[in-house]
Design a protein around this ligand. Structure first.
Ligand SMILES: [Zn+2]
Length: 173
C-alpha cells in the first residue's frame, strides 16, 4: 500500500516552528528566530560532527520550514498541499468495487460510474485504468497486469464536489 501523504504523521511546518497556521509573517519570523537559536549547532557549543543526528535534523527542519513559510507563494503552495492531504484522509468514506459500478460504453472507451451523495458521479474510464495496468471489459471482468498483487486501488474524485472514494480492484479469474 502506498502512503497517501506523510504530512499527517510528520509535524507540519507550522508545528516545527510552533506557530498557528494563521500566523502572520512577523510571528513566523519571530518563531523561526527563537527556534533557530535553540537548535543552531553553534549555540550547542559542540561541532556539527559531534551533534546527535536528531539535533541536526531539528535544525534543518526549522530551516526548511522557514524557507517555505517566509515566501507567500511557497507558503500558499504548502497550505494547499496540507489541505488536500487532509481531505484525502478525511473524505474517503467508503470503498467500492468494479462490480458496484455502472459501466457505460462510449465510442472509444468504457466509463465506470458510481453515484456520489451530491447527485453527480465518481468516474474513471477504462482508458485511465489501462494506463495503470488494469483492464476492464464491458461485462465487468477485470484483469490486472503490471502488478505483483491480485488487487489494486484507485482514489476517485467526484465530478462536482470534493468527496472521494476508493475503488478497490480485485482480479476476476
Ligand atoms: Zn459529489
Amino acid at each position: 500500500m502506498v502512503p497517501r501523504s506523510n504530512i499527517s504523521v510528520q509535524k507540519t511546518l507550522y508545528e516545527v516552528l510552533s506557530v498557528s497556521e494563521g500566523a502572520t509573517y512577523n510571528e513566523i519570523r519571530a518563531a523561526y528566530k527563537s527556534a533557530a537559536l535553540n537548535t543552531h549547532p553553534d549555540k550547542a557549543q559542540t561541532t556539527l560532527e559531534s551533534l546527535p543526528s536528531t539535533e541536526q535534523q531539528e535544525f534543518s527542519s526549522v530551516q526548511k520550514a522557514w524557507e517555505i513559510l517566509r515566501h507567500p507563494t511557497s507558503r500558499a503552495d504548502y497550505d494547499k498541499q496540507l489541505q488536500s492531504s487532509r481531505q484525502n484522509i478525511e473524505i474517503i468514506a467508503s470503498e467500492i468495487k468494479v462490480g458496484d459500478m455502472i459501466i457505460e460504453s462510449t465510442v472509444d472507451t468504457l466509463e465506470l460510474l458510481y453515484p456520489c451523495r451530491c447527485g453527480d458521479y465518481f468516474s474513471i474510464t477504462s482508458c485511465e485504468l489501462s494506463e495503470m495496468g488494469i483492464f476492464v471489459s464491458g461485462d465487468g471482468e477485470v484483469e490486472l497486469q503490471a502488478s505483483d498483487s491480485a488487487s489494486a486501488s484507485v482514489v476517485l474524485g467526484c465530478g462536482s464536489c470534493s468527496l472521494k472514494t476508493r475503488l478497490v480492484i480485485n482480479e476476476t479469474s
